[in-house]
Design a protein around this ligand. Sequence first.
Ligand code: SF4
Ligand code: SF4
Length: 215
Amino acid sequence: MGRVKAIPVLVNGQEGYDIRVTDPQATVQDYLDAVNYFIDTAKCYRTRKPGTDSCFGCDLCCQERIPVTLIDVLNLAEGDFEKFVGQMLHVYVEGRVVDITMGLDESGRCRYLDSSRGICGNYGKRPLVCQTFICCPSTRNANKLREEIINAGEDELVRKWFEIKTTDNNLIIHEGVLAAPDIRDYRRTPFAGAASYEQLKLKDVCTPRLWNRIT
Ligand code: SF4
Ligand code: SF4
């Protein structure tokens, strides 16, 4: 029995999902397992691809902004964090705001996408945002949970990014507009010190209000 469940529900009359947590010790990995299981097995209404029960062969959500968390990057970088940030991610800084996302190729698609087959070329390690996105309706609680985890993971990635520098001692910035980032804008999050989603308790990344609503 999983500690987190993605439950089929009707949202505005269409088949979607809600999230329930059944064990206070549940981890972010439990949440990922639940959503992955739902995507693989449940019938839901795919708003971008109506009339199908599978994402297979569709790459519509692999060609837009793809935010990443610190743990995603640790999973993907295979030990060379700095090189991965420089070559595979896109760091955009506008004023004090830092936005780190997956880098896209010239056609605007994720660099991991196998375009000839419309499938992810790194499926087992794909970021949390990819694992938890399905274009079906979802409840306010399910959306909020996903948002809170992603926001915390993004902020911790930015904190880590401040630690790495180019050979001429600059921050790695691929695109900037009046860039003036300041680490004081990014508070430590529960992602700090966690090397995997198994190590991250769901309760720690949720606001108390949301936690009460999903347990
Ligand atoms: S979730 Fe993404 S891959 Fe799946 S049907 Fe929707 S747009 Fe396509
Ligand atoms: S990592 Fe995979 S699933 Fe995620 S956007 Fe890239 S190709 Fe798509």
